[in-house]
Design a protein around this ligand. Structure first.
Ligand code: BEZ
Ligand code: FE
Length: 296
């Protein structure tokens, strides 16, 4: 076996694909097979290592449900979700197609998005339980269309973690939709709410993702961020995150989602700010965050 032809073997596997495979499968799968074979050969992978990798994925699948996708989490740790997200965002530009140069960068959705959150009035808070000692933030901004004009009636979905580093779905004992809310932009394309300054938190690391992090000698933390999902007819839905410049982990996000132009500054609240009733003494920061959408 010393003169086994590895290259001919890879070609044999690639050529086994049938004629009825779709054009996309015929385009992408040979690349995948070739790169995976190259990796296996170059790293000289053993049967024991291959089985351990299969078992990690099997376990990730077994613990996954409609509430938890451990397989996605495993890909996050390897930078895969964020890379695919960046490929999506830059595809038009890389292919020389029309593109909005001013479009806000996207970032990964993550597992804590919730569909169907009720829309609330602009100017109302998404903090649904008093968070003593936590700095409250006036968060507002304008959504712009692909021509740079303010976009009325756009849907703005916002969510972030509470000071304990947990999202609402992880703490059923707290009020529903704590630190989460949906808004419609007004006639000037503006949304307006009160949120918290988010805090860094660990991604769930009690299962396969945690095992992989341990193997790689890595921590599970994400820098403090706020998630946005912005939707308007005729426009590509923008899913993104903004990151607090003062946060730890900006340079070593466990899921590699930070982009420089999504790092923002929480500023001191202006003296003349009119706080919503009951929050007069709580307001510490202001954050104006505008977004630019791309045509669908
Ligand atoms: C998040 O930002 O919510 C998130 C993203 C990837 C993995 C875990 C959490
Ligand atoms: Fe998050």
């Amino acid at each position: 076996m010393s003169n086994f032809d590895f290259s001919a073997y890879t070609d044999l596997v690639i050529k086994a694909t049938g004629d009825k495979a779709s054009p996309r499968v015929k385009e992408a799968m040979p690349i995948l097979i070739r790169k995976v074979h190259e990796f296996l050969i170059e790293a000289d992978v053993t049967t024991e290592e291959w089985l351990a990798a299969c078992n990690l994925l099997v376990e990730a699948g077994q613990v996954s449900s409609d509430k938890r996708n451990e397989v996605v989490l495993v890909t996050d740790i390897l930078g895969i979700e964020s890379l695919v997200n960046t490929l999506d965002q830059t595809r038009s530009q890389r292919k020389g197609l029309p593109d909005n140069e001013d479009a806000t960068f996207s970032a990964i959705l993550g597992p804590f998005y919730r569909a169907g959150v009720p829309v609330q009035e602009n100017g109302t808070t998404i903090i649904r339980q008093a968070e003593e000692g936590a700095p409250y933030t006036h968060l507002f901004g304008t959504i712009h269309d692909a021509d740079g004009k303010p976009l009325p009636n756009a849907l703005v979905d916002i969510w972030h973690d509470a000071p304990d580093g947990l999202y609402d779905a992880q703490t059923p004992e707290k009020p529903e939709y704590h630190c989460r809310g949906r808004f419609r932009t007004d006639e000037n394309g503006r949304y307006d709410t009160v949120c918290l300054k988010p805090t860094p938190y660990p991604i769930p690391y009690d299962f396969s993702a945690g095992k992989l992090l341990k193997l790689l000698d890595r921590h599970p933390y994400r820098p403090a961020h706020i998630h946005f999902w912005i939707e308007a007819p005729g426009h590509r839905t923008l899913v993104t995150q903004i990151f607090d410049r003062q946060s730890d982990y900006l340079k070593d996000d466990s899921v590699f989602a930070v982009k420089d132009n999504l790092i923002v500054d929480f500023k001191p609240i202006p003296k003349d700010y009119q706080a919503p009733a009951g929050l007069e003494n709580r307001m510490v920061h202001e954050l104006q965050q505008d977004f630019h959408l791309q045509r669908a």
